[in-house]
Design a binder for this molecule. Sequence first.
Ligand SMILES: Nc1ncnc2c1ncn2[C@@H]1O[C@H](COP(=O)(O)OP(=O)(O)OP(=O)(O)O)[C@@H](O)[C@H]1O
Length: 370
Amino acid sequence: MSVPGPPPILDARVVRRVHAGLTVDVSIRLGDEIGVVFGPSGAGKSTLLRLIAGLSRPDSGRVTLAGQPLFDPLRGVDVPLRRRRVGMIFQDDLLFPHLDVAGNVGFGLRGEPRAGRERRVQEVAALCGIASLLGRPVETLSGGERQRVGLARALAPRPRLLLCDEPVSALDLPGRRTLLDRLRGVQRAEGVPILYVTHSPAEAITLGTHLFLLEAGRLVAQGPPAEVLAASRSAEFLHLEGVRNAFSGCIAEHGERREWTRLALDGGPSLIAAFVDLPPGTRVAVEVAGDEILLASGPIAGLSARNQLGGTVEAIASHGREAEIVVRSGELRWLVSTLDSTPDALGLSPGRDAYLIIKARSVRVERSAT
Ligand SMILES: Nc1ncnc2c1ncn2[C@@H]1O[C@H](COP(=O)(O)OP(=O)(O)OP(=O)(O)O)[C@@H](O)[C@H]1O
């Protein structure tokens, strides 16, 4: 089967009998993008990451990264973990307690000349939003800060692949949003493919460009996250976790009377929010709840809401009385929660135009962690 998307950087088939009831047998190809690994508990998601990283040895298969074979038993190749140039972050990332933040971030660069090492530490610290924490002892950090330090540490030695195993599941909502924003930024800035395990459909849709759905050790579906999830039973969980659209961007300008602020979203349109007292250029995290967005099948004149964003319906996930509609506008995907009858009432279906109507007051804005 050919899968559209960027040319693959990771090309892997890994097979391992984990126990009598479970054999993981998965083939995946991943390009310069964020691939999400999704599936029920026990499906083998973590095992898949461990096999690719070299933390566990496959019984058979082949793993190639950026053209270099990492595991190829037929040719006697099994590159050890430390030479695979694969970065990893987990839910409970253990930082080295005897080193400060800078020491942790620079740990993988120990063999490099000092000037280059320091430059790289500064670079990844800025990307991960921890530049102001570099001198801090790690025991003084919050959970979210620790995870961003873990991300910077994994990134510092310039991995060719980043593996993330539910890195935000122990964090509160602002912590999650900040780490997810940083991951998107890291992917863009470093061009490193990311394989990201999550249980959260909303995370899968807003973060990933490609989703691998695992069940009982097998890859049962793959493709654009919204489409794969809408076609699977997983969609019902969207509703349970409460849908929030979270993006990053910057302050673009303020209205003359300081009653509104225009935000430029990364990869997307402008959004008008109620006045935000931050100077133009400030990086911000932006959030809109899925049940505060109205949908229209065409543009509407004479409306008090400040934002009307044109887009295309990508998927509709209905479950009981409610439905989540995925609308793509520019590069961004929005999740809108509606009653189950709404898509039919408006004549909305995948591929049709839809307009997102958002009040300025529904746009929540916070300065991004620096
Ligand atoms: N070394 C091992 N020996 C025996 N069983 C194992 C081993 N490693 C994992 N398992 C089992 O294999 C199954 C798959 O585990 P894995 O952690 O890969 O699943 P997962 O999809 O990541 O699950 P979760 O979403 O709960 O983290 C589980 O039943 C687990 O208990």
